[in-house]
Every structure is written in C-alpha cells, then in structure tokens.
Design a protein around this ligand. Structure first.
Ligand code: NAD
Length: 362
C-alpha cells in the first residue's frame, strides 16, 4: 500500500535538512517501500505564503497523511509578529490539532561521538535512553490559569500568577500504554518520573501507571522523583531505558538528556496520537545563524525518518537499514561542522545526505 507522507520543511535550515531526509526516503524505493510525499508550508513560510503559521491547506494535508515529516520553524524576522502569527504557534497548533499526546525523545550516543558530550566518555558511552513525555496536558494546559490582583503577603492587594497542574486518569493511562509498549520493544525497563511526595497530581499519576503496569508483566517498572531523576541523568544516565513523565517534567528532563549526547544536530523526535500516527522532527530549531550555507547537520532529520519507519509505518527492517547506514557514515568519518573533530572528514549538508544514501545502497 502506498504511504502518504506530508512534508513540512518550515524555515531556516528546515528545507535544507528535510531535502536530505527525502533523499533517503527516495532511496528506500529500492527496497520496495512505496510512498508519495506532498509538501506544504508551516511556520514563517506559512505566514509568508498564506498569512498563517499553520495554513488550512497544510493542516488538511497533515491530517490526511499517514505520517508527517517536519523540519523546523522560526526566524528573527518573525519575532515581531503578534503572538498568534508567530511560527512557533503553528507548531503548537499542529500538535494539538493532530492530538499528538506522546512525545518520544531518544538520547542516543553514537560511540564515534562520545568526545562531543560534556560528560566523561565512560559515563555516556553506549547511552541509549528513550524519554516519553506527555505533550498535551499538565500545567501547560490546566485551568484555571492567569494573573489576578488579590491580597498578598501583607494584606495589600497585588498581582498573583497561577497555573494548574492537572491530569485525568485517562490522560495518564494512554501515555503509560505508549511507554510500556516502547519498553517492551527495548530493554523492558520503565521508570515513571513524578513528584508524588508533594503533588496530588503526581500521586494519581503514579497510581495509574502502577495499574497499567499489570498489563505489561514483562516490563520492570520503577518510580523516581523528578529532582532525583534530574540528578541521576547526569550522574549515571545509563541506568535508564525508558522514562515516562508529564509535560513539564518531560520538557526539562528531555532537554537535559539530549545534551548528554553533546550534539543537537543528531537528535530526532516523534510525537504520536492514539493510533500511533505521528509527526517526526529533529529536536533542534531553524538555526538561522547557519541557514542557507549548506552546512547544517541533516542526521537528526534522517533519524526522524528512522523513527517514522519504526513507530508509525511499522517498517522495522527499513528503520534498521537507515540506522545502520548512519552508523556507517559516522564510522567512515563523515562529519558536519557541529560534530567535527580533528582527523575526521568535514562535509556539508548535501554530502552527508549523499553519504547516507550510498551507505544504504552499499
Ligand atoms: P536552534 O536549535 O535553531 O540553534 C541552536 C544552535 O545549534 C545554533 O548555533 C545552530 O546553528 C545550531 N544547530 C541547530 N541545528 C543544527 C544542525 N542541524 N546542524 C548544525 N548546527 C545546528 O535554536 P535557537 O537558535 O534557539 O532558535 C532558532 C529559531 O528556531 C528560533 O526562531 C526558535 O524559536 C526556533 N526553534 C524552533 C524549534 C522547532 O521548530 N521545533 C525548536 C527550537 C527552536
């Protein structure tokens, strides 16, 4: 069956890195992968084309596709637009519209890049963590929220800011199922991160995760408070296999974990809905400082295609093939500027894409 992939390149380096990922997709035709792509604008490009960071046509395309591949959005010349028209708003809206509640962020360190981490090589060598972050609930969306004038500390009226940390049982249950499912396909360990010693919301989170765990007897479930998890991630990160956590804790921990690998140009992500349909994108932004120069690292976007094959299109063999090809080009010494070290072969965006395609075919 022909798979439909919506391609949303976005802004800055977005179109450059997405072009390389599409090259890799094209090479998969040799292995019998049947697909069609259609491109649409998002972010600043959406604003330029249709006055909207998520044009109606782009949303429609994404909704009807089997999977979405996104580059990155944003740029300094859009920063003065009203908040609703800014590129980042298009991204938040598409995640919400597609109901992408489970955000998967791997932190994987390729042995060849161990020196790029800020931690000692022996602490991070072989690191392979998957963080599953709930993406559409929690304190970022809970009501009530706002800034109001109320009596303050000394009885005088003053402004008070407030947000609500809120999770329903069903919200926790569905993301827990995603996380257990992923743990089953990996090393079978799941750590649920919360702050149940202080927060009722976390207490419920923990209770529901334990309830869901009964359906996954092969997965070893553990629990950790978020402050300890932040510490353990830099102290002994290899103790983790899969981490599942709420939106705000996951926001912070996934950034921390990604930096363990030292290179923002290498890290993909997936955001999934209830039926595993997903949007796939590198974790980095549109890098306006290097846009148009042909030097951006396309590997995070190519690895996003690996995740797409694995989690939405169920093409595990193809996922492994691309993964192996990426490992091969790293072993061959190909490096874009962001991961370059002396003695390796510095290449640009297109040459890196070509090298992956050659490794795939070779
Ligand atoms: P950024 O991730 O774009 O760049 C941070 C640094 O990393 C820059 O020095 C950049 O050159 C470098 N970098 C990023 N990706 C790279 C790659 N593939 N290869 C080589 N180097 C790379 O973050 P920023 O500078 O804070 O933000 C720039 C714009 O991107 C802003 O408008 C921001 O809002 C937007 N942004 C978008 C997303 C997204 O689309 N998901 C995420 C983060 C930031």
């Amino acid at each position: 069956m022909t798979k439909r992939i919506a391609v949303l390149p976005g802004d800055g380096i977005g179109p450059e890195i997405v072009a390389e990922a599409v090259k890799v997709l094209e090479a998969l035709r040799d292995f019998g992968f049947n697909f069609e792509t259609e491109q649409a604008a998002i972010g600043g490009a959406g604003y330029d084309a249709a006055g909207d960071p998520l044009p109606e046509a782009s949303l429609k395309l994404a909704k009807h596709a089997d999977a979405v591949l996104l580059g990155a959005v944003g740029g300094p010349h859009y920063d003065k637009l009203p908040r609703d028209l800014r590129p980042e708003r298009g991204l938040l809206r598409i995640r919400k519209e597609l109901n992408l509640f489970a955000n998967l962020r791997p932190a994987l360190l390729y042995p060849e890049l161990a020196a790029a981490s800020s931690l000692k090589p022996e602490v991070v060598a072989g690191l392979d963590i998957m963080i599953v972050r709930e993406l559409t609930g929690d304190i970022y969306f809970g009501q009530p929220r706002g800034i109001e004038t109320r009596p303050g500390l000394n009885g005088q009226r003053e402004r008070v800011g407030f947000n609500t940390m809120l999770y329903s049982e069903s919200e926790v249950r569905r993301v827990a199922h995603v996380a257990f499912g992923i743990a089953m396909k990996r090393r079978g360990q799941l750590c649920s991160v919360e702050k149940a010693n202080v927060l009722e919301c976390s207490e419920l989170w923990k209770e529901i995760v334990i309830e869901v765990s009964k359906e996954y007897p092969d997965v070893a479930l553990s629990h950790m408070y978020v402050d300890n998890a932040a510490m353990q991630l830099v102290r002994a990160p290899k103790q983790f296999d899969v981490i599942v956590t709420g939106n705000i804790f996951g926001d912070i921990l996934s950034d921390e974990a990604s930096m363990l690998t030292g290179s923002i140009g290498m890290l993909p992500s997936a955001s999934l809905d209830e039926s595993n349909k997903g949007m796939y994108e590198p974790i980095h932004g549109s890098a306006p400082d290097i846009a148009g120069q042909g030097i951006a690292n396309p590997l995070a976007t190519i690895l996003s295609v690996v995740m797409m094959m694995r989690y939405t299109l169920n093409e595990t063999v193809l996922a492994d093939r691309i993964d192996t090809a990426v490992q091969k080009v790293l072993a061959q010494g190909y490096r874009t500027g962001d991961i370059y070290t002396e003695g390796t072969n510095r290449v640009g965006t297109a040459a890196m894409g070509d090298a992956v395609v050659a490794a795939l075919r070779g």
